[in-house]
Design a protein around this ligand. Structure first.
Ligand code: NAD
Length: 302
């Protein structure tokens, strides 16, 4: 059943290109539709020469978007208006107005042309772009919360890597669940639930948690004005899509953390530590405000 039809919206960007490459490299994908407002014919021609079975097609500009989306099983969205995310010191909130309208426009097209597809939103601020997507789907009468995901996999990938580094473990065998949202203090790594079990003194635990929460800034600083995390994000996005497709193909026991609409308390993760409980309590007001901001935006969006 390896026949997933996947669309990448924002396919020519820093994340979009390596993400498309990883998807093209997967035997799970049979059709790869690349959409952007620039450069997709080139990106698609380039990828189409790779000797894997996924059929690649590029779609350029809003008039080609419906064709791109029709029949898709999975849509990933990593679009952003050119350059706005790159300025050091800019917060995810600064990106809000630019990205909110792009996400609302693209998700309206998804609601119309592939209402049954799994929608994976990478575009920031994820804590608000998920409520926007959910409201847009509600407006079109096709809302299903089980099909809309905020991709926070990079937080999990970073947590696994950093824990493995500190403990001298193989990162591929470390699994840290990360709950909450995808911005600063709303990112809540549950180190107490790590597999294998790991222990840190409190000061090291706090430092590690802070590093996971601010890891995006580490990359922005190191790239010195030339962008934010793109390669590790492409890896994380692809990992999420592959897990999703595996689950859609009936594989059991596939677990991925993601940001879903609404605030739910029972996460089925087990008993978390008092330090983690405190982080959850502290994140609530910011999360609620970001969700509200997204919902209000979507209500007024025409
Ligand atoms: P980028 O600027 O390199 O690429 C964005 C692409 O979107 C460009 O190719 C651009 O042409 C395209 N685009 C702009 N407007 C569009 C529209 N209306 N329709 C379709 N495409 C459009 O940016 P990037 O570094 O690839 O980042 C993309 C997004 O991912 C940003 O919002 C960024 O904040 C977010 N991001 C999320 C995570 C995460 O963990 N979820 C991590 C890193 C980055």
């Amino acid at each position: 059943q390896n026949n997933a039809k996947v669309a990448v919206l924002g396919a020519s960007g820093g994340i979009g290109q390596p993400l498309s490459l990883l998807l093209k490299n997967s035997p799970l994908v049979s059709r790869l539709s690349l959409y952007d407002i620039a450069h997709t014919p080139g990106v698609a021609a380039d990828l189409s020469h790779i000797e894997t079975r996924a059929n690649v097609k590029g779609f350029l500009g809003p008039e080609q978007l419906p064709e791109c989306l029709k029949g898709c099983d999975v849509v990933t969205m990593d679009s952003l208006k050119y350059c706005t995310g790159y300025v050091l010191g800019m917060t995810r909130d600064d990106l809000f107005n630019t990205n909110a309208s792009i996400v609302a426009t693209l998700t309206s097209a998804c609601a119309k042309h592939c209402p049954e597809a799994m929608i994976c939103i990478i575009s920031n601020p994820v804590n608000s772009t998920i409520p926007i997507t959910s409201e847009v789907f509600k407006k079109h009468g096709v809302y299903n919360p089980n099909r809309i995901f905020g991709v926070t996999t990079l937080d999990i990938v970073r947590a696994n890597t950093f824990v493995a580094e500190l403990k001298g473990l193989d990162p591929a065998r470390v699994s840290v669940p990360v709950i909450g949202g995808h911005a600063g203090k709303t990112i809540i790594p549950l180190i107490s639930q790590c597999t294998p079990k790991v222990d840190f003194p409190q000061d090291q635990l706090e430092k590690l948690t802070g590093r996971i929460q601010e890891a995006g800034t580490e990359v922005v600083k190191a790239k010195a004005g030339a962008g934010s995390a793109t390669l590790s994000m492409a890896y994380a996005g692809a990992r999420f899509v592959f897990s999703l497709v595996d689950a859609m193909n009936g594989k059991e026991g596939v677990i991925e953390c993601a940001f879903k609409n609404g605030i739910e308390k029972n996460l089925g993760i087990g008993k978390i530590s008092p330090f983690e409980e405190k982080m959850v309590a502290e994140a609530m007001s910011e999360l609620k405000a970001s969700i509200k901001k997204g919902e209000e935006f979507a209500k007024n969006f025409k």
